[in-house]
Write a protein that binds this ligand. Structure first.
Ligand code: SAH
Length: 332
């Protein structure tokens, strides 16, 4: 798709045009992945974070939040629950918490790898030195999620304190790819100061990076952040971005995110219809789910909880898809 077409889709309100974009994306998804929707188990391991992203509820300046951190044993318990439920991918996600030293993360990955030799281990622990990424990979991690947030350097500066830069973020993503991880990038839709050109830059960056996974979700204000009074991202725009991503990266694994399900009750079903093919129910203990409050009103009950897997599977089937509990690696 050329720039003009993409900007046209971003701006159009024509229902038929939007619907046919979603259909086209759905077809592309079907060519590569059929009707399968892969199910991953998400474990939120810590809400301590040394970063201060203006949009995020677990930013270090937020004093109005109870902090938690799961012990290695608690994380292993979550994996065991997940394994018993049939999960073949564990996604270990957290803030950039210095407690998770190189040694501790290696210990954690090695223990998970030892117990579950064939499961996929996905990490989402933020920016780390390349040597860490290398060691985590050698010890059994397979995938790494690190959203680029916005591919416009100027916009990145508007969303983060000056210590955090787009250049560093891109550098991390390149290193992860080079090491051999299946890499996930992604961005928020409707974050403050975002323009259509920012979104275009996001898509062009994805084309260049060729990540195996792309996480896209609406910005949702969190009450204790500097962006508390900005409006939430628009669902339709989010779905359009998801659909275009599917068309330009046909084999990408694209989640129907919790954030989409948070702003609209059937948000994740709509995301599946626009080309998504992953869901990530939450395996964390209830307390962790509540305290991992990156945005307000995060859904944690019902099919969002991994324990209610059956309900989630039924919803996927009712939406016309097939729940798939296999590892679901990216197609080459
Ligand atoms: N599992 C979550 C995604 C969390 S991944 C979901 O499905 O929605 C962590 C990402 O959350 C960050 O990279 C950032 O893009 C996003 N995030 C942080 N604060 C946010 C906010 N206020 N609104 C929306 N997304 C936010």
């Amino acid at each position: 798709m050329n720039d003009k077409e993409i900007l046209h889709f971003i701006n159009t309100n024509d229902k038929n045009e939007i619907e046919s974009l979603f259909k086209r994306a759905g077809k592309v998804r079907e060519e590569h992945y059929g009707k399968s929707v892969y199910i991953r188990g998400l474990i939120e391991v810590t809400n301590h974070c040394k970063n201060d992203c203006y949009y995020c509820g677990i930013r270090c300046s937020n004093t109005n939040i109870e902090r938690f951190r799961l012990s290695i044993n608690e994380i292993l318990d979550c994996c065991q629950t997940g394994d018993e439920l049939g999960f073949k991918t564990f996604v270990i996600q957290g803030g950039e918490d210095p407690w998770f030293t190189t040694e501790r993360v290696i210990e954690l990955i090695s223990l998970i790898r030892q117990r579950y030799p064939t499961h996929a281990i996905t990490l989402s622990l933020g920016e780390r030195p390349a040597t860490d990424y290398e060691l985590f990979f050698q010890n059994g991690a397979n995938r790494y999620l690190l959203r680029h947030e916005t591919a416009s350097a100027e916009h990145y500066t508007a969303l983060h304190p000056s210590l955090q830069t787009l250049a560093t973020r891109k550098q991390c993503l390149c290193e992860l790819k080079k090491i051999g991880y299946q890499v996930g990038a992604g961005f928020m839709v409707g974050s403050p100061f975002q323009t259509p050109d920012c979104l275009l830059a996001d898509l062009r960056f994805l084309e260049e990076l060729q990540p195996q996974m792309v996480g896209i979700g609406p910005f949702i204000p969190q009450k204790d952040t500097p962006f508390c009074s900005y409006p939430q991202g628009d669902l339709t725009l989010c779905l359009k971005m998801l659909a275009i991503t599917r068309i330009i990266l046909p084999k990408a694994l694209i989640p129907a995110t919790t954030a989409m399900g948070t702003i609209t009750p059937n948000g994740r079903e709509l995301a599946l219809n626009a080309g998504a093919n992953i869901v990530m129910p939450n395996l964390s203990p209830v307390k962790a789910k509540k305290l991992y409050s990156i945005y307000d009103n995060k859904i944690i009950l019902g099919d969002e909880a991994a324990e209610n897997l059956q309900l989630l599977k039924e919803k996927i089937i009712n939406a016309g898809y097939e729940p798939d509990m296999s590892r679901g690696d990216a197609k080459q």
